[in-house]
Every structure is written in C-alpha cells, then in structure tokens.
Ligand binder design. Structure first.
Ligand code: HEM
Length: 174
C-alpha cells in the first residue's frame, strides 16, 4: 500500500517535471520566433526598395559581383566549378527570397543553415564571407548609383551580416 502511494507520487512528480520542461521549451521557441529583427522597419523598406531597382539588372549585378569578388581575392575563383551566369542566377534568386523575408527571417533560417553547410563542401572558409560581403556591397553600389545612399549601404551591410552569420554558425560552429 505504502509503495503504491509512493509510486503514484513519483509518477505525478515526473509528469509535472516533463510538462514544465515542455513549457520552458515552448517559451524559448516563442522568444526566438518573436525576437525583434536587428533591422528597423525603415531599413527593411530601404533594402526592399533598392532590391526592386536591382532586379531588372540582376544579370549585370551578378557579373559585377563576381568581377569584384575575383578582384578582391583571385584565389576563390577556383572554388567556382560551374558556369558563373547560372551560379549568379541562383545567388540572385536566393537573395530575392531572403529580401522578401526580412520581416520574418525565421522563415528562411533553415534554408540558410542548409546552404551554409553546403558551402563547406564547396571549399568556402569563414574568412571568405567578409570578401563576399564587400563584393556584394560593391555590386549594389555600382548597380544602384545615386540610390546607394549611406542609409541603404548600412541596411544592406546589416542584412548581409545576418545572412552570413546564420550560414557560418550552421557550418563552422560545433
Ligand atoms: C550571403 C552569403 C552567400 C549566399 C547567399 C550564397 C549563395 C549561394 C547559392 C544560392 C549557391 C548555389 C548552390 C547552393 O544553393 O548550395 C552558392 C554556391 C556557391 N557559393 Fe555561395 N553564397 C554565399 C556565400 C558564399 C561565400 C562567402 C563564398 C566564398 C567564396 C561562396 C562561394 C560559393 C561557391 C564556390 C559555390 C558553388 C559554385 C559552383 O559549384 O560552381 N558563397 N552560393
């Protein structure tokens, strides 16, 4: 009888513990999903508006990007095995998806993490991300001309940092 009561009490305690852990995890998840974006609403608007100016010239923008990238670091050229125009198209499509999800980056987090992991296979190293960021800003500057204001530049730099950090964390930490 005594053992029976003890068994029920332990069982109840375990149930409460499990429920508590579940609740805590739910709260954490909710926090991550609701975490405020480091980009302000204005910065998101600046990025999305400037991107609309890039889309009609996306092939040229991709060419400018690779030209600047290989100028900044000629050694990365050997990592690109496929056709550059095809690769450029994939880059632009991915950026388009991310730009359209800036209000809720959680939507594209898993995609960026998987992409970050694939980049290890391509031979990409952490330090390359800085060069790629510089090449991207340079291509945007040339593509946007007078519309590449200081505010636009800053907003893009933050957005690129967020994208790169998500990819790098998934690929190189642990
Ligand atoms: C924000 C950062 C980046 C984005 C959005 C991006 C985007 C992409 C995309 C969409 C692909 C197509 C294949 C796939 O989805 O896995 C790709 C491939 C590739 N990326 Fe990136 N990338 C980024 C950073 C970098 C960096 C830092 C490097 C270093 C040089 C790099 C080098 C490559 C290479 C070598 C490939 C494979 C190309 C080939 O097979 O010819 N990427 N990237």
């Amino acid at each position: 009888m005594m053992y029976g009561i003890l068994f029920v009490v332990i069982g109840l305690a375990c149930l409460l513990l499990v429920q508590n852990i579940k609740k805590q995890r739910q709260n954490q998840l909710q926090y991550i999903q609701e975490a405020p974006s480091p980009l302000s609403a204005d910065q998101i608007r600046l990025i999305q508006e400037s991107w609309q100016r890039i889309l009609p010239i996306k092939e040229q923008a991709a060419e400018l990007f690779y030209a600047r990238l290989f100028e900044l670091d000629p050694s990365v050229k050997k990592l690109f095995k496929g056709k550059l125009d095809y690769q450029g198209d994939k880059l632009m499509t991915t950026l388009d998806v991310v730009v359209n999800s800036l209000d809720n980056l959680g939507e594209v987090e898993a995609m960026l993490q998987a992409m970050g992991k694939r980049h290890i296979i391509y031979g990409v190293e952490v330090a390359h991300f800085e060069t790629v960021g510089a090449a991207l800003l340079s291509a945007l500057e040339q593509g946007l001309g007078e519309y590449f204001t200081e505010e636009v530049k800053e907003a893009w730099a933050i957005a690129y940092g967020l994208i790169a950090d998500t990819m790098k964390q998934a690929a190189y930490s642990s």
